[in-house]
Design a protein around this ligand. Structure first.
Ligand SMILES: C[S@@+](CC[C@H](N)C(=O)[O-])C[C@H]1O[C@@H](n2cnc3c(N)ncnc32)[C@H](O)[C@@H]1O
Length: 233
């Protein structure tokens, strides 16, 4: 299996997800101790997709994060650059109407300007080589007044919890990696989380990309965070 490193070469990142595609959803639940399901419910509530709206779920992988928007009645596009993830998604979500899968790179989205009411990305932004570049592209394809929701791993603000979390990343995940059939995914999650900005840092990057009204909410004491913003147009 290819291991994506922190320089996030697109081919390595895509190959890593291609090779875990079949087991990705299970692996995700194992690596987050089942918290991912709760976090997804929060994302769905925050995006608040309505019938007739167009929603882009970027870095959508197998479409697990996209299905609830389509079920809420929004025309939903699940976009990803891993063909392996998209293939599994097309097969698994075959019965879901209003959901289409599109191959595309977050840094060069294959969509016209101002084409979505809401743009969201769950556990994907951390994997993109140029964070601000991707946030700018998301703003380009969002309508004026369109919403941005970023759900990503983060850092607990409480010092004691932060210490426990760092220990889990530096010691716990590498131990789990030893007994896992996908050790590289555990190592990559640990390394990429440790290198990722905290809530205020990500908020600044979102502002740098031109989004307005940026705010965030911690999930599970800040192990993950949900950032909201609006496209000022
Ligand atoms: C951890 S998965 C998240 C999938 C899904 N959003 C979820 O919540 O289950 C990250 C996804 O980001 C995708 N990805 C990483 N960099 C990307 C890029 N530059 N353009 C499009 N997709 C990208 C990967 O292929 C992978 O499917």
């Amino acid at each position: 299996m290819t291991r994506a490193s922190l320089d996030k070469q697109p081919a390595d990142v895509a190959a890593m997800f291609d090779s875990t595609a079949e087991r990705y959803d299970l692996l995700n639940t194992l690596m987050t101790g089942g918290q991912d399901r709760r976090w997804r419910r929060e994302v769905v509530r925050a995006v608040d997709a309505r019938p007739g709206e167009r929603v882009l779920d970027l870095a959508a992988g197998t479409g697990t994060s996209s299905v609830p928007f389509a079920e809420a009645g929004a025309d939903t596009v699940a976009c990803d650059f891993s063909l392996g993830m998209l293939r599994v998604g097309v097969r698994r979500q075959a019965g879901v109407s209003r959901l289409s899968f599109v191959a595309g790179d977050a840094l060069k989205l294959p969509f016209a300007d101002a084409s979505f009411d809401a743009v969201t990305i769950s556990f994907g932004l951390r994997n993109v080589a140029d964070t601000v570049g991707a946030l700018r592209e998301m703003r380009r394809v969002a309508k004026p007044g369109g919403r941005l929701l970023v759900c990503e791993v983060s850092h607990p603000p409480n010092k004691l919890l932060a210490l426990g979390h760092r220990t889990h990343l530096k010691v716990g995940l590498p131990l789990l990696a030893r007994v896992s059939s996908n050790p590289d995914s555990y190592h990559y999650l640990a390394e990429s989380t440790l290198a990722w900005p905290d809530q205020a840092g990500l908020s600044r990057l979102i502002q740098d990309a031109g989004w307005g009204e940026v705010r965030w909410r911690d999930l599970t004491f800040g192990v993950a965070a949900l950032h909201h913003a609006v496209n000022p147009g």
